[in-house]
Design a protein around this ligand. Structure first.
Ligand SMILES: C[S@@+](CC[C@H](N)C(=O)[O-])C[C@H]1O[C@@H](n2cnc3c(N)ncnc32)[C@H](O)[C@@H]1O
Length: 237
C-alpha cells in the first residue's frame, strides 16, 4: 500500500523516529540549517513546502531565533503534531493546509499564503511524491512567490539511474558501518523500484532537478550529496 501521510499512525510513527530509514537525516539537516543561517535576513519570512510535524522548524528556531516560517502541508495528523511540537514557538510558525499537487494556486491571486516577504523557501523529504510536472509547478510557484534574489533549498531523495544501481548499493551498506544502520533501498534495481512504488515515491534524478529549477528561473547547485540523498540550493535569478 502506498504510504499515506494522512494516516495518523504513520504520522506518529515517523515523527517518533524520523531517521528510521535515513541515517543521514541529522547530518544533512545540519547542513541545510547552516546554509539557511548564512543567508537569512532577519524580519523576512521562510516558506516550508511539506512542513509535516514541524521537526525542521523546531531545530531552525533554536538556531535562527525570531525566524518566522509559513509551513504548507496537506496532512491533518502531521499538522496537528506540528502544533504540539512547536508550542514553545507560538508566534513563529503559521500553517497552511494545501496540496502541493496544486502548487500554482500558491502563487495565484487567491493564494492561501499570508502576504509576506518570502526570502527563503525550503523543503525536506517532501517533494519526491510529485511527478516531474509537479516538481516544475512547485519551482515555478516558488519563483513567483520568492523575492528577487530569494533562495530555495530542497533536501530530498533522488532517483537512482538504473545502470548505476551497483555503485549505490555499497554506499548504503557503508552507512551500516558508519551509522549503525542503513536504509532499505532494495537488493537490486527491480526491488528498489518496487520499494519506491510501495511508498508512492517518484523521485527525480538530480540532473532533472537542476534542469527544472533553471527552467523555472533559478540558478541551482548541489550543496551536499550522498548516494541518492541530495541538498540542492537554488537562487532566484
Ligand atoms: C517525510 S514527511 C517530512 C516532513 C518534514 N519536512 C520533515 O522533514 O520533518 C513528508 C511530508 O510531506 C507532506 N506531503 C507529501 N506530499 C504532499 C502534498 N502533495 N501536498 C502537501 N504536503 C505533502 C506529507 O504530508 C508529510 O507531512
Amino acid at each position: 500500500m502506498v504510504d499515506d501521510w494522512r494516516d495518523p499512525a504513520l504520522a506518529q510513527r515517523w515523527t517518533g523516529d524520523p531517521a528510521m530509514f535515513n541515517p543521514l537525516r541529522a547530518e544533512t539537516l545540519d547542513v541545510l540549517l547552516t546554509a539557511i543561517e548564512a543567508v537569512f535576513e532577519p524580519g523576512k519570512t521562510l516558506l516550508d513546502m511539506g512542513s509535516g510535524s514541524g521537526l525542521v522548524e523546531a531545530s531552525l528556531f533554536e538556531r535562527v531565533q525570531h525566524a518566522q516560517v509559513v509551513g504548507v502541508d496537506r496532512s491533518e495528523p502531521m499538522m496537528a503534531l506540528a502544533k504540539e511540537n512547536l508550542k514553545p514557538f507560538p508566534f513563529q510558525f503559521i500553517q497552511v493546509q494545501h496540496d502541493l499537487q496544486d502548487a500554482a494556486a500558491l502563487a495565484g491571486p487567491n493564494s492561501p499564503l499570508p502576504r509576506l516577504t518570502y526570502q527563503i523557501a525550503f523543503s525536506v523529504q517532501a517533494l519526491h511524491h510529485l511527478s516531474r510536472e509537479g516538481h516544475l509547478a512547485v519551482y515555478q510557484a516558488l519563483a513567483s512567490i520568492l523575492e528577487p534574489g530569494g533562495w530555495f533549498f530542497n533536501l530530498d531523495r533522488m532517483a537512482v539511474p538504473p545502470q548505476m544501481f551497483d555503485v549505490y548499493r555499497p554506499l548504503w551498506a557503508r552507512l551500516e558501518r558508519t551509522h549503525g544502520f542503513g536504509p532499505d533501498e532494495g537488493g537490486d534495481y527491480a526491488a528498489h523500484q518496487a520499494m519506491l512504488a510501495r511508498a508512492g515515491d517518484t523521485p527525480l534524478a538530480v540532473t532533472d532537478h537542476l534542469a527544472l529549477l533553471a527552467e523555472a528561473g533559478f540558478t541551482p547547485t548541489i550543496l551536499h550529496a550522498y548516494a541518492n540523498r541530495a541538498l540542492i540550493a537554488a537562487k532566484k535569478n
